[in-house]
Design a protein around this ligand. Structure first.
Ligand code: 0A1
Ligand code: ZN
Length: 879
């Protein structure tokens, strides 16, 4: 909670730590009501620092004793102010012995040491270690850790920490101990411990080098039937990191632990990854295809951090994207490689583009906009954002696009060669890429320093007489908070040209043959590229594979888009053409709703969709992507003034019109894409289920006897959660009476927390669920605000995924939002601050809504006490 007024921290103010830590010995006497932490820290003055003040962080802990070099320090020999303990003028070599206590069972923030169920868990990134003991809790202080855990043996039979188990045994009094040592030096944010009643699936795994390692997935009793996929994903990750990057697991033991109370997805603690159960537990009965692919991605992500994050870490938290952008890029590539086909890879790319448009572009255009490498923050936990993660991954991807796969690999190799064991900056990564390839990547730095989504406007000109086709590219970038004028970015724009037969033309630029896709490097505000030997006016396919995180403007005609939607050899741009066709229609329909005009959908568009839907040459997963219309949030971003109900009506009308016009084809596709036999989460089967279920949703935009029956049958007969949840969701979203199925679903799965989350989430996002219904659902015995997954399942679904109800004209849902941001804040500021972000784009809404929104924001801002986390979000929104 806030003690002083929130302080902004600036990147430019970085100074090196005054003391470095050599070794840390930690002793824990674990007790939920009072845990005693004894720490012995060997420090040495850092020659790079002029200061001799030894600075330690500490938060929400009691200091019991402090000794320096064997002598007890009296309170007048140190200062504790605002969670910082300073020993002025300390000697060069310091041995600190510190005893503190904390109360894990009262720690609802889930940062530091806390209890979940009947166990102890830690979360130290970004600044949680200081909630365990006094320490220089900053990522550029790396040290070797030895950890002794003591706890009641009956209640906490499993005692885990980072690295290798040195010894374990009984203490006589019903307690037992385990001693762990991590052979690698690490920053404090990678420390972890677990003490709980758990069981594990384990396996010995042989690395390519022949070395054997022990892999373990730890879960609560009763969940061992849900660990196979996480274990398989871990093995695949290890193999992939060896094969694609030459990176080997450096430990003899690698553990994953699942915990049901967790703020984020998972955490890459050295050798002891702690995961939200959502990204570990899966079997066909309880998990959907999306859950399976989430598990693969997150297991990969945390494992890949071992090199990109742990071996090479961040100098300071402004550099967060150094590890996160790079590791997201790596997990994206991993997931794509696991599918293995070009079209499968394209489907993963389409998903990434969707996420950018759904969440990152709005962030980049809103009050919380920040560069990939921020210049300032109040609360670092607010900067685990889609910009740092997903846009950061796009920035890494652009290196690969510019340098080629081989050049990028050379850059990675040099990065590890130079920086293994160090805490470094984004600039060091860029330098490695540039030096390994002898390229000047100076201008590329702007991707790290400038916020906002660049706009690239393109115009084409064909000169038949000279057989030349010219593309002129102009770039600009909107102002963002604190950054009015932007300088041009270095943007890779992948381009192809389609002939009238739909085939790619061979490309020649300046006499050089470039194949059928050329990567144009846009570095100036305006540049013209002249393709030679182009006899007839082509249709340009621009930004292939979404080669840069920008908004592309090109005055495409319907005919040109239909041509691309039919023929583009680049699947991402083929999909994109379909999205553009849909968006144009959605925007006119929304306008027609506002103008009270009749709504109509043209046959041309429907015919184009029919062609894709029924094209059996295309993967089911790709056809599914093409059928999904831009979301209400993405449509809203295209409107000058946002009218959520008009958008909802327009999109529902269009879905209904498509469902009606293509009824026969949808039924056919539904029947053709059954996946009989035992469930498998592989991409082909998942794609079929995806297509089948999107077809069902189109048939059931509104309740009708035939489709309700179909969904009811699917629900009753489903042999896996993907089909069962899709059927139920279609029913609820259509507004059909699904009371019976909802009850049955709850009864069948009430013992499965992750499935109960789905039950709440489906209802929270259904367009018929208003705020009164949400309040009623919150009274359900299974609802609690204390568990982040549960809170997210209902509140976040409603506030973020149910725009037509969240933006109810009377402002009642905004009031509900304010009330719950405040309530959550008292428990868990990180989760509260995420919910607070739902109001980011309030200034874009119709004036009548804005009045209510401002009122709700002001209500939150005026609440006391209020965390820095929430304060930062709402004050930026209001400023
Ligand atoms: N480094 C983790 C994300 C993470 C960040 C903060 C957390 O607690 C406040 C937990 C996890 C990752 O990228 O997976
Ligand atoms: Zn990460």
């Amino acid at each position: 909670m806030r003690t002083d007024s929130p302080k902004t921290i600036y990147r430019k103010d970085y100074t090196p730590p005054s003391y470095l830590v050599e070794t840390v010995e930690l002793g824990f006497d674990l007790d939920p009501a009072c845990t005693i932490v004894a720490s012995r820290v060997q420090l040495r003055h850092n020659p790079d620092s002029k200061s001799r003040d030894l600075v330690l962080h500490g938060e929400a802990i009691e200091l019991v004793a402090l000794r320096m070099n064997g002598r007890e320090l009296n309170p007048d020999q140190y200062i504790i102010d605002n969670n910082i303990l300073t020993i002025r003028n300390a000697p060069v070599n310091v041995l600190l012995e510190i005893e503190t206590t904390c109360v894990p069972m009262e720690n609802t923030t889930l940062s530091g040491l806390y209890t979940s169920g009947s166990g102890f868990y830690t979360q130290c990134e970004a600044e949680g270690f200081r909630r365990i003991t006094y320490f220089p809790d900053r990522p550029d202080v790396m040290a070797r850790y030895t950890v002794m855990l003591r706890a009641d043996k009956q209640q906490y039979p499993v005692l885990l920490s980072n690295g290798n188990l040195l010894e374990e045994g009984d203490l006589g009094d019903g307690r037992h101990y385990a001693k762990w040592e991590d052979p690698f030096k690490k920053p404090s944010y990678l420390f972890a411990l677990v003490a709980a009643r758990l069981v594990c699936q384990e396996e010995k795994y042989k690395l390519k080098s022949g070395r054997e390692v022990l892999l373990q997935v730890w879960v609560e009793e009763g969940n061992l039937d849900k660990t196979d996929y996480a274990m398989q994903s871990l093995k695949n990750s290890i193999r992939w990191d060896e094969e694609r990057w030459g990176l080997e697991l450096d430990l003899d033991r690698f553990m994953i632990v699942a915990v049901s109370d967790f703020n984020m997805g998972a955490m890459e603690n050295k050798g002891l990854n702690i995961f939200n159960t959502k990204f570990v537990l899966a079997n066909p009965r309880t998990a959907t295809d999306i859950d399976y692919s989430g598990i693969e991605a997150v297991v990969g992500h945390e494992y890949f951090h071992n090199w990109t994050g742990n071996r090479v870490t961040c100098r300071d938290w402004f550099q967060l994207s150094l590890k996160e952008g790079l590791t997201v890029f790596r997990d994206q590539e991993f997931s794509a490689d696991m599918i293995g086909t070009d079209s499968g890879r394209a489907v993963t790319r389409i998903d990434q583009v969707r996420t950018l448009r759904q969440a990152q572009f709005p962030e980049d255009a809103g009050p919380m906009a920040h560069p990939v490498r921020p210049d300032s923050f109040v609360e670092i936990n607010n900067f685990y954002t889609v910009t740092v993660y997903e846009k950061g991954a796009e920035v890494v991807r652009m290196y690969q696009t510019l340098l080629g796969r081989e050049g990028f690999r050379k850059g990675m190799d040099l990065y590890f060669e130079r920086h293994d064991g160090q805490a470094v900056q984004c600039d060091d990564f860029r330098a490695a890429m540039a030096d390994a390839n002898e390229r000047d990547l100076k201008q590329f730095e702007r991707w790290y320093s400038q916020a906002g989504t660049p706009v690239v406007s393109v115009s084409g000109h064909h000169d038949g007489a000279r057989q030349v086709y010219e593309l002129t590219l102009r770039q600009s970038c909107p102002a963002t908070p604190g950054q009015r004028d932007k300088k041009p970015f270095h943007i890779p724009v992948a381009v192809g040209l389609l002939g009238s037969d739909g085939k790619d033309l061979p490309l020649t630029l300046g006499g050089k043959a470039l194949g059928t896709t050329a990567v144009l490097e846009l570095t100036a505000a305006e540049q013209t590229f002249r393709f030679e030997g182009v006899a007839h006016a082509p249709v340009p396919s621009i930004l292939r594979d979404f080669s840069a995180p920008v908004v592309l403007e090109y005055p495409y005609s319907d005919e040109e888009l239909l041509h691309l939607f039919r023929y583009d050899s680049d699947p991402v741009n083929r999909w994109e053409a379909g999205q553009r066709l849909a968006m144009q229609r959605l925007l006119s329909l929304a306008q027609a709703v506002l103008d009270n005009k009749p709504l109509q959908l043209d046959d041309t568009y429907v015919a184009a969709l029919r062609a894709v839907l029924t094209d059996k040459e295309l993967d089911a997963a790709f056809r599914e992507q093409c059928l999904i219309l831009p979301s209400e949030t993405i449509i809203a971003e295209q409107m000058e003034v946002v009218h959520p109900q008009a958008i909802h009506s327009a999109r529902q009308f269009m879905r209904h019109a498509i469902g009606t016009a293509l009824r026969a084809e949808l039924l056919q596709v539904y029947g053709d894409n059954a996946t009989p036999g035992p469930y498998s989460p592989d991409a082909i089967s998942a794609g079929k289920r995806g297509l089948k279920n999107v077809a069902l949703a189109y048939l059931l935009v509104q309740p009708n006897t035939e489709a309700v029956k179909l969904a009811g049958e699917q629900f009753a007969a489903a042999s896996n959660m993907t089909d069962r949840a899709a059927a139920l969701s279609s029913l609820i979203h259509s507004g059909a009476d699904a009371g019976k199925q909802l009850d049955a679903f709850y009864t069948d799965f009430k013992g499965e927390a992750l499935v109960v989350d789905k039950w709440f989430a489906m209802q929270g996002s259904a367009p018929h669920t208003n705020v009164a219904k949400v309040r009623e659902l919150m009274k359900h015995p299974a609802f609690t605000l204390k568990n982040p997954n549960r809170a997210r399942s209902l509140l976040f679904s409603f506030c973020n995924n149910n725009p037509s109800q969240f933006h109810a004209a009377d402002g009642s849902a905004y009031e509900f939002w304010a009330e719950h941001v405040i309530k959550l804040d008292a428990l868990n500021p990180q989760v509260a601050a995420r919910l607070a972000r739902s109001m980011d784009r309030w200034r874009r809404y119709a004036p009548a809504l804005q009045i209510h929104m401002r009122h709700a924001l002001e209500k939150v801002a005026a609440a006391t006490p209020l965390s820095n986390d929430v304060m930062e979000v709402v004050s930026k929104a209001l400023s």
